[in-house]
Design a binder for this molecule. Structure first.
Ligand SMILES: O=C(O)CCC(=O)C(=O)O
Ligand SMILES: [Fe+2]
Length: 321
């Protein structure tokens, strides 16, 4: 009831069918009960994480005007730097005490989808930090592969074709994000969160968090429980698109980040989201006469844009213009 399951996914890197099924069953139980679990046995190395963390520290330490050269509020494709208080994940609370860097699937400006103005399609914006672009590009690809492996296990767990998600996640709108949470001032309002309570918008989120702590997840009784950092793991959670796909068999669970006191916190979520044209509608096997589909079909990109408009003031202004 009060601690999240830890699942060893190493068997997903073998051809052992029975072992795949055992992992799929554990993931299935965790997604139904919690919508949250830790994974270990994944292929992302500790040295990669250390390099990324060092790069994040270098980037967020740059002067504001340098970071704002890639201001996300100026990007048509949701890429680049989000300054403190740009995002307000819980509209009933002050804006989040965090700064962010977002990158997605890189599409050059002359790609037909970009020229056609397809939402969330376009080039990445990278800062002038030595080694940054090659490191992050490689990591994006590795996280994309890891998310596809997990999605294959989820497909198996849901009783659909194991490759159901593969083609739907080609040229995805998945986002790799780096987040810096500065320490909260002791005198600041108790209402102030690093990241306000929210559910994620996409399918699955894979989160690396450093050892500052502060991530909290709501249990079935509505209590906030800590999801502490565990060395070598990622925290995985179901987002709203997967909840819709699974007709809420899989839970998209509220979580938040309490601002650290006295230390900086860095985290790096990868939000796995499909190709923007993917239709999200109740999967076969997730509905029956007693449990009809709860949600109308929606396209991935329309859904994402509607959610951004709830949490980013500048997107809301654009949507209302
Ligand atoms: O920084 C974290 O630990 C979690 C961040 C989060 O929940 C999000 O960005 O959606
Ligand atoms: Fe989240």
């Amino acid at each position: 009831m009060n601690s999240l399951p830890i699942i060893d996914i190493a068997p997903l890197y073998t051809a052992d069918e029975a072992a795949w099924l055992r992992v799929a069953k554990q993931i299935d139980a965790a997604c139904r009960e919690w919508g949250f679990f830790y994974i270990k046995g994944h292929p992302i190395s500790a040295s990669r994480i250390a390099e990324l963390k060092a790069a994040a520290e270098d980037f967020f330490a740059l002067p504001a005007e340098e970071k704002l050269r890639i201001d996300i509020t100026k990007s048509a494709h949701h890429r680049g730097y989000g300054a403190i208080a740009t995002e307000q994940l819980d509209p009933s609370k002050p804006s989040d005490l965090k700064e962010t860097f977002d990158m997605g699937f890189h599409m050059p400006a002359e790609h037909p989808d970009v020229l056609a103005g397809k939402p969330l399609r376009g080039p990445n914006w990278h800062p002038q930090v030595a080694g940054w672009e090659a490191l992050l590009q490689q990591h994006y690809e590795d996280m994309h592969e890891l998310s596809k492996t997990l999605l294959r296990a989820i497909a198996l767990a849901l009783g659909i074709d194991r490759d159901f998600f593969d083609q739907r996640f080609e040229q995805p709108i998945s986002v790799f994000r780096m987040i810096h949470y500065p320490p909260r001032h002791t005198a600041s309002s108790a209402e102030q969160q690093g990241a306000g309570a929210h559910t994620d918008y996409g399918c699955v989120t894979l989160l690396y968090q450093d050892n500052a702590g502060g991530l909290q997840v709501q249990n079935v009784r509505g209590e906030w429980i800590d999801a502490p950092p565990i060395d070598g793991t990622y925290v995985v959670n179901i987002g709203d698109m997967m909840a819709r796909w699974s007709n809420d068999l899989y839970k998209s669970t509220p979580h938040r980040v309490v601002s650290p006191l006295g230390v900086d916190r860095y985290s790096m979520p990868f939000f796995a989201e499909p190709h923007p044209d993917t239709e999200i509608s109740c999967l076969d096997g997730c509905h029956d006469a007693e449990h009809p589909p709860k949600y109308p079909a929606v396209s991935c990109s329309d859904y994402m844009l509607s959610r951004f408009a709830e949490t980013y003031a500048y997107r809301r202004e654009e949507a209302n213009a």
